[in-house]
Design a protein around this ligand. Sequence first.
Ligand code: C2O
Ligand code: CU
Ligand code: CU
Length: 494
Amino acid sequence: MSRAMRYLKRRDFLNLSLGATTAVLVSQCSRVSSRSAVSNAETNTTQFYRSEDGLLSLDLDASAQQLRLGNRTANVLTYNSQMPGPQLEARPGDTVQIRFANRLNQPTNLHFHGLHIPPTGTGDNVFLEISPGGSHTYEFQIPENHPAGTFWYHPHYHGLVAEQLFAGLLGLFIVRGALDDIPEVKAAKETTLVLKDLALDRRGNIPNPGHMAQMTGRIGDLLLANGQLNPEIKVTQGELRRLRLLNASPSRFFQLSLEEHPLFLIATDGGAISAPVELDNLVLAPGERAEVLIRATQTSGQYRLFNTPFNPAQGMMSGGMMGGGGMMGGPSRQRRTETVTTLTYSGTTTETPLPTALLPIAPLPEPQRVRQFTLNHGMGRGMVFLINGQVFDHNRIDTQVALNTVEDWEIINTGTMTHPFHVHINKFQVISRNGQSEPYAAWKDVVSVSPGERVRIRMAFQDYTGKTVYHCHVLDHEDRGMMGILDIQPTAHQ
Ligand code: C2O
Ligand code: CU
Ligand code: CU
């Protein structure tokens, strides 16, 4: 029995009463709004693994499972029979060991999205192919100076990424640190919300993506929050609630707003921003994360967290491609505002104030080099998606950079779809969008680039050398070629 392994199912977790924050979160996970047709505690037995004495160690397998989704059957892919997969938590400086087994009938691997860890060997190595029946032990250290934040893991086997993620392979990887120690943040109860769409046919199988999905990426008509339809979140009047949000959909954008409650953004992909920013709505592209605080200052009642359709084909065929092209959902479904989760008030408590300051974001030094990446699509065998006119090639190094340098990358979208551009291993800051600077500084690893936009990001290549990738996080676009290889060299090369 491993001293450091802590594997807890929800029931055990509550019995152990490991602290109010977690207990509240866990009990919410099992709640489902009575108005929702879907409710089944068995669909959500999320496992939590936390590091102990500096070690996070666990077994993880990927397998096909039949889950209940309310009164439906869902034939999905799972990590440890869960959808979403186990929630992992570690601290800066911790060692992570994941003994991974592939029980799927196709190759797969793991990617640790947003973590600053080595891209090679037993680290965040997306070039690995773990065959059916095969296994691999991932082992790496989270650096001492790693920011606290909301990260996640999902498969990254090129060609099957969208399919495997859509089918259910994903989980949160939370790093706890300085942000969590800010007194007002610490006092806030925490709820994680993993947002993901899904499509099921009458037999509970995931249908093949239709023809239009070649363009928009696969989109499902079921909006799941923590693997459930419209789960309920109980809040107490006066409290400050922290929501950790992840858009784990392969292609669907979310545009979120909460009835009668502004959202106070405190963290983006790469961790804390410098002070809370009040928002009426929040757009999350595929792969993006955000943390927001909600002041529960309303009176009793229920308040819905809405998703308002967001058209990623901005500027083109409004209602054409996206509306008619909802290969799984159909036009009406995609145009409707839908409820993701519902906040229900019960009881009162003394008011918790908002934090006034969070963590400073130091500007990066001036870049040594500026590069351009032009995003577009074309026709190959079906639709192909291109970076600088090329589709992904395992055997080609597209971009070679030197360790300990800073670069600006201009991402130029000359196509007709929005592309959320993502870089592995090192986070970046968005410097400008069509020449305009961003409203606030933030650490990002995904940035949405709309048709006609030119977005400049600044990145420092730190700590790790080796090959990794950048790509569009509409994963059907990535699987259809919109990815490039980044080689981080120990010394400067051309
Ligand atoms: Cu979440 Cu390479 O991506
Ligand atoms: Cu990633
Ligand atoms: Cu794209």
